[in-house]
Write a protein that binds this ligand. Structure first.
Ligand SMILES: *Cc1c(COP(=O)(O)O)cnc(C)c1O
Length: 421
């Protein structure tokens, strides 16, 4: 269940009316439920129980400081993929000693920045990167904890853009070559190779491929330990999906972690996971208002004030988001494309969708937009990015104000003051 429900035919987030938020902050606007976020995080954290573990929230899913702070206070670690994300985690009060740094293209500045804050570990994706981490750690006189990211060659059976665990993908090191890399890596003076990591993809509604990856990783750990590598940690990445369609079933996080625990029993490993989408995805909606109705030939369009720059998932991944009217009505329904104002044919939020007979001014909630929503928003078409609101019961607050026209040009006029009129 989520915390977006109808009360007296009006859509609420927890005990707060979405109409009230839209009236006060304007639209488009992202709205997040404090309670859903903590519920999902706790589902992971509590299910691990007494086995040593760290749940590292994947910051790239939604990097708002208020959400990071909420999760930090709940005990989360963080999975970052850039120096900017580490900066956010630090500003939000996150503990750098619970941070893992993933990504195929870390720069020397980013590695140095992460070492300066003594992060828990680098999830290293290539040998040249390992050598660079070793040399920067050497300059600093520290030992860097490193897990090689293994590509376990498991098919995540998800959208090709978010599938990462096959041999043909750019991520990680082929499982067949990893042992040689550890053998050479153990000879480096400034890295401690005491962990292995993997991440096979995103939006997995079936958790079997994740368990398959764990089985392969445990086999690898046996071989690495036999070769003398003191492996104490395993990081299984993220990837559990969310039900974007009302017909889809939500993977049971507790049952999934119980399965992990079963496989990890007796292995003397500290377990780490990096969930992003499954913590914040269902905790957010994008509120948008209908601007116009329009008909071209036989085709009906609902034009709304949110666009692909606010939520790119439908355009980028052909993904489906349920669209719920904020006020329920009984009348006729229509079939329409729901589109935004951006000048691209790919700017749609839904296609050929059954909708209520909407009028200009009606409010809609684009559901399950908490992950990879605002995080992928842009200023395309010089559209200021939307506000973000965090709801906590009956109370709510703006956790990112709507951008202004001034925000759009500030970095440019800041650099060249003479062109300001
Ligand atoms: C994107 C990513 C995650 C989070 O994936 P979700 O599907 O959002 O859970 C975790 N780890 C790594 C390395 C990633 O790239």
């Amino acid at each position: 269940m989520t915390d977006f429900e109808y009360r007296d035919r009006r859509l609420f987030c927890e005990e707060t009316s979405l109409e009230e938020i839209a009236k006060m902050t304007g639209t488009p606007c992202y709205v997040y439920s404090n309670r859903t976020i903590l519920d999902r995080f706790d589902a992971y954290n509590l299910a691990f129980g007494d086995i040593p573990h760290t749940v590292c929230y994947a910051v790239k899913a939604n990097s708002n400081l208020a959400l990071l702070n909420l999760l930090a206070n709940a005990g989360a670690g963080f999975d970052i993929v850039s120096g900017g994300e580490l900066y956010r985690v630090l500003k939000a009060g996150g503990d750098p000693r619970k941070v893992v740094f993933s990504g195929v293209g870390k720069t020397s500045d980013e590695i140095d920045f992460a070492l300066s804050h003594n992060i828990f570990s680098f999830n290293c994706e290539s040998e040249p990167e390992l050598e660079l981490i070793d040399s920067i750690a050497g300059e600093r006189g520290v030992k860097a904890r490193v897990a090689m990211r293994v590509n376990p060659d498991v098919d995540a059976a998800t959208h090709p853009y978010i599938s990462t665990g096959l041999r043909e993908h750019k991520f990680g090191i082929d499982i067949a070559e990893v042992e040689d890399v550890y053998r050479r890596g153990m000879a480096l003076a400034n890295v401690a190779l005491e962990s292995v990591s993997c991440h096979i993809g995103s939006q997995l509604l079936d958790t079997q491929p994740l368990l398959e990856a764990l089985r392969k990783m445990l086999g690898l750990i046996d071989r690495l330990r036999a070769a003398g590598a003191p492996i104490s940690h395993i990081d299984l990445g993220g990837g559990v999906g969310v039900p974007y369609r009302s017909s889809e079933q939500r993977p049971d996080i507790d049952a999934f972690v119980q399965d992990l625990r079963g496989l990890l029993a007796g292995k003397r490993l500290h377990a780490m996971v990096e969930p992003g989408r499954s913590i914040v995805g269902e905790a957010g909606v994008l509120l948008t208002r209908v601007l116009y109705r329009k008909r071209n030939g036989d085709k009906e369009f609902v034009i709304v004030d949110a666009a692909m720059n606010d939520l790119i998932r439908p355009a980028l991944y052909q993904s489906h988001h349920e669209i719920a009217p904020v006020a329920l009505s009984d009348g006729e329904t229509i079939r329409a494309d729901v589109v935004g104002p951006v000048c691209e044919t790919g700017d749609f939020l839904a296609r050929d969708r059954e909708m209520p007979d909407l009028r200009g001014g009606d409010l809609l909630a684009i559901m399950t937009a908490g992950a990879y929503g605002f995080a992928q928003a842009s200023n395309y078409n010089s559209r200021p990015r939307p506000a973000e609101v965090l709801v906590d019961g009956k109370g709510w607050r703006i956790v990112r104000r709507r951008e202004s026209y001034d925000d759009l040009i500030q970095p440019e006029v800041g650099a060249r003051a003479e062109i300001v009129q």
